[in-house]
Design a protein around this ligand. Structure first.
Ligand code: FE
Length: 226
């Protein structure tokens, strides 16, 4: 994904925020003010967080590079490890889909919340959201992307999931069922994307490299590498 893509997605989500909040509330007046207030508070937290990182870094208490490494580890190693394993090991896949907690423990992944895995198939596409706040399977995917926490995504993912997917470049056939999973404080969902075609001879490591964060949230389908 290019930086340009990120900008256009962000713009899209921002532009639709007004319509989304209105639709959810069922009334325009008052709700728009609440929406604006929430966005203000979110940006305020963001400024505070940056200031906190700057102070702690100056005092040599944290190293931003190390924090980035930890985030990247979860985002690019842990989640993709589970997905690739589910592609090559049918028994693991079965265990993962029936009891993701046990399957994660098998791989030595520590969790503080229950985990549920939902698999995409040619007939079913899964999408994860937290309509209430920003619940996310951080033990598998690290920190959530900014757009995941924003009100427009949270509202529109349940109102118009196909429309949201389309804006992420994911167009589904009419016959494909879309299932939206609303994360909670107790249960966090991870999508197991379909294994791309043309990957039969690939090693575990090569398969892991194909798996993206967005595909495990469900906003993206993995493309064939060939
Ligand atoms: Fe939440």
């Amino acid at each position: 994904m290019s930086p340009q893509d990120k900008v256009s997605r962000r713009e899209f989500l921002t532009k639709t925020s007004l319509a989304a909040s209105t639709a959810v509330a069922g009334a325009a007046t008052g709700q728009v003010g609440a929406q604006e207030a929430e966005e203000y508070v979110q940006s305020d937290y963001s400024v505070r967080a940056k200031a906190l990182v700057a102070v702690l870094t100056k005092k040599n208490l944290i190293n931003p590079a190390e924090i980035d490494e930890v985030i990247e580890f979860y985002e690019t190693k842990v989640g993709p490890h589970i997905v690739a394993r589910s592609w090559v090991d049918p028994e693991f896949r079965e265990r993962l889909l029936s009891d993701a907690n046990a399957a994660a423990t098998e791989l030595g992944i520590e969790r503080r919340r229950d985990l549920a895995a939902v698999a995409n198939t040619p007939q079913v596409h899964n999408l994860v959201v937290c309509t209430l706040c920003s619940c996310y399977p951080w033990a598998i995917l690290g920190l959530p992307p900014t757009w995941y926490k924003d009100a427009p995504y949270r509202a529109r993912a349940v109102i118009d999931p196909r429309g949201v997917l389309k804006e992420f470049g994911t167009e589904l056939d009419e016959g494909v069922e879309v299932r939206v999973w609303d994360s909670t404080a107790e249960v966090r969902y991870v999508v197991i994307p379909e294994r791309p075609q043309g990957t039969d001879g690939m090693t575990d490591g090569q398969l892991q490299d194909l798996v993206t964060r967005d595909s495990m949230i469900g906003v993206e389908k993995l493309k064939s590498p060939v």
